[in-house]
Design a protein around this ligand. Structure first.
Ligand code: EPU
Length: 417
């Protein structure tokens, strides 16, 4: 088992570049199966979840190759529409294959992905939206088969703006007969990136980034090239780390327009943040201030994926704050770990009440999910003494060698067996 050993108490300084967004690259890679041909996707981060997606594509009959940050997918010879159960269990994002396979072949076999550490993560919005498009699902045991003679465009209203369901439905509707509208659609930047890729294939989609997306079905598509947007959650994690540890960092390629809700909160805490031609510069030279209540919500509200990282800052802020987590029901598992480091946090239902203390102290902690793991790394960099972070498999799903990323900014983190 690998662990990270972190010597805390060091201010961060320097320049770092943000890689492409995992959560944009995953649906885009899945979307390469919509039409046969050789697709070239660049700025794809080197992460475990991306390798798993390449394995899934291979299992369907695609040929994939990585050269630096470019992944080439030849999706001409797809011979199966069955998403392997073991890969489905390994990564929830395998559900992104449903929409594209239904669009191209009119059939898919999938499996209910399990719940996960951060919540139950139901699939009802995906299935009911696909049924609205004319797909019929039959479940037998764990297997769920979807079939449709012809996807028929229609008006779909989501009961909640699910990111994954919005993406699956956009992909399924690309070659539908007629027009599909998705109302109460999720508005995340990753959805705009998917729209751009699909339009590059020849799709006719508009409205991504707003609550209503319109997809006019087309008869023919062709393979395309695309550059993935920078990862706003990785950029946000670096911003949080700098505000927590103090210092000055230049985050190249980070886009302030993708993380405005975070920037507003960090400025309220005392951070100096400015956007320049090619990124964001952040400086923090004082103890962070408490902020009252912060609430997570669908974009453009505050992202759940940055909740745990901000909590670390609030745990050493001057005063009391609270965070209301409205997206995932079990996304406070880092709280118990932060308490081992001395944090004073109490959970009351979906609210965490945080009393800022003077400083955290090093401890042995374990990450329970991807973003919780990132928060513990930040906590370790803030704390006095040594912190050991276990369960790196979670962190490696979404951060490429997180120790190198922060060591480049002056931190002292070692990966050990
Ligand atoms: N939901 C349902 N039914 C559905 C779909 C979702 O009830 O059919 C509920 C979920 O249970 C959850 C809420 O809606 O409580 C939000 O889920 P959503 O579908 O929006 O999230 P997702 O598509 O599963 C993506 C990101 C997550 C990120 C969320 C929220 C990807 C691959 N994953 O998940 O990223 O937290 O949106 O912004 O895009 C991460 O990167 O650490 C991560 C978990």
């Amino acid at each position: 088992m690998e662990v990270l050993k972190i010597n805390g108490g060091i201010k961060l300084a320097g320049t770092v570049k943000v890689d492409g967004a995992k959560n944009a690259a995953l649906p885009i890679l899945a979307a390469t199966t919509i039409v046969g041909g050789t697709h070239r996707i660049s700025n794809v981060p080197e992460l475990r979840d991306i390798s798993t997606m390449m394995q899934i594509l291979e299992s369907l009959g695609c040929k994939t190759r990585r050269d630096d940050d470019v992944i080439t997918v030849d999706s001409t010879g797809i011979s199966s529409t069955r998403i392997p159960e073991e890969l489905m269990m390994k990564m929830r994002s395998s559900i992104f294959l449903m929409g594209p396979l239904l669009a191209r072949f009119g059939e898919v076999e999938t499996f209910q992905p399990g719940g996960c550490a951060i919540g139950e993560r139901k699939m009802d919005i995906h299935f009911s939206g696909l049924e609205d498009l004319g797909v019929e699902f039959v479940q037998s045991g764990d297997s769920i088969r979807g079939k449709s003679e012809r996807i028929i465009g229609t008006a779909i209203k989501l009961r909640f703006p699910s990111v994954g369901a919005t993406e699956n439905l956009m992909m399924a509707a690309v070659t539908a007969e007629g027009v599909t509208t998705i109302e109460n659609a999720a508005r995340e930047p990753e959805i705009v990136d998917l729209q751009d890729f699909l339009n590059g294939l020849g799709a006719k989609i508009s409205g991504a980034g707003t609550s209503t997306i319109s997809i006019t079905g087309v008869d023919s598509l062709r393979a395309a090239e695309h550059r993935v947007i920078p990862d706003r959650i990785v950029a946000g994690t670096i911003l949080c780390a700098t505000v927590a540890c103090g210092g000055s960092v230049d985050i190249l390629e980070a886009r302030v327009d993708h993380i405005e809700s975070l920037v507003t909160v960090l400025r309220e805490m005392g951070a100096d943040i400015e956007s320049h031609g090619n990124g964001i510069r952040v400086s923090m030279h004082e103890r962070p201030s408490a902020i009252g209540e912060l609430r997570t919500g669908p974009y453009p509200e505050f992202p759940t994926d940055l909740q745990s990282q901000v909590m670390v800052i609030l745990s050493i802020a001057s005063g009391d704050s609270s965070i209301r987590e409205t997206i995932f029901e079990s996304r406070f598992q880092h709280v118990e770990q932060l308490r081992l480091m001395g944090a004073d946090i109490v959970i009351d239902g979906e609210v965490a009440k945080i009393h800022g203390i003077d400083g955290l102290k090093g401890a042995r902690v374990a990450s329970t999910d991807l973003r919780a793991g990132a928060a513990l790394v930040i906590a370790g960099m803030v704390a006095s003494g040594e912190t050991t972070v276990e369960n790196l498999n979670h962190i490696d799903r979404g951060y490429h060698r997180i120790e190198e990323l922060f060591n480049g900014l002056g931190a002292s983190i070692k990966r050990e067996s």
